[in-house]
Write a protein that binds this ligand. Structure first.
Ligand code: 13P
Length: 251
């Protein structure tokens, strides 16, 4: 049985004051004991969030890391080893906003994924198709390619210490959620792709759904057999809403 994970991606939101409020709200939540909960604040706030959530069972991750794990001359980047040193345990890799707006390509993402693991962080690899790709009937092939490149470069065993998230680009921040069945179909396809390489890894890896998840639709999504929790954007900025999503994952 896979333990659900609900993760909040705060993206480029927050000020020191609003983050302090959000921490306070998260501290007050009664979280189910049978799920894992994580938040991904902007890097600047990671120490504040780690200190603020001390003693609360919420882990903290980063939204990005450098492609090399060791320290060095790479202006503006943060190494996975620095994130680990700061107390992070997870890092997002390949979010569509970085793939599409910052031009992050598969080669770079594979290097970030590997750098995260070398540093002891768990990479959370995001994949997903655009609306044009879905309309052209290419959703499954696009996702197969996005997952496949990491398997090919780093080996299936890399997924024994990783998390996946299916985030259809058209559902992110749009209010349009994939139907539970649409999401399940993609999650099952990803798991089958991994199972063809190693059934044990495929059976244990957690595949989260992301894209306009809120308290009102979370239970239906999380009720699907291959959906192991959610990667939550906008709704994770509201502690009560995020708490309700966590409860949906725990029930
Ligand atoms: P929304 O929940 O705001 O649609 O964002 C999803 C997402 O991109 C999480 O990484």
């Amino acid at each position: 049985m896979r333990r659900p994970l609900v993760a909040g991606n705060w993206k480029m939101h927050g000020t020191r004051a609003s983050v302090a409020e959000l921490i306070e709200g998260l501290r007050c939540l009664a979280l189910p004991g049978n799920i894992d909960v994580a938040v991904f604040p902007p890097c600047l706030f990671i120490p504040q969030v780690i200190d603020g959530l001390a003693g609360k069972s919420i882990t903290v991750g980063a939204q990005n890391c450098a492609m090399q794990s060791q320290l060095g001359a790479l202006t503006g980047e943060i190494a996975a080893s620095q994130l680990a040193d700061a107390g992070c345990s997870l890092v997002l890799v390949g979010h569509s906003e970085r793939r599409l707006m910052l031009g992050e390509h598969d080669d770079l993402l594979c290097r970030k994924f590997a750098a995260a693991q070398v540093s002891g962080l768990v990479p959370l690899l995001c994949v997903g198709e655009t609306l044009a790709q879905r309309d052209a009937g290419q959703a499954l092939s696009v996702i197969k390619q996005q997952v496949g490149i990491v398997v090919e470069r780093l080996g299936i065993d890399a997924f024994a210490r990783a998390v996946l998230a299916y985030e259809p680009v058209w559902a992110i921040g749009s209010g349009l959620t994939a139907s539970a069945q649409q999401a399940q179909d993609v999650h099952a396809a990803i798991r089958a792709q991994l199972a063809a390489e190693n059934a044990a890894v495929a059976g244990t890896v957690r595949i989260l759904y992301g894209g306009s998840v809120k308290a009102a639709n979370a239970a239906e999504l999380f009720g699907m057999p291959d959906i192991d929790g959610g990667l939550i954007g906008g709704a994770s900025l509201n502690a009560d809403e995020f708490g309700a999503i966590c409860r949906a994952a725990g029930s």
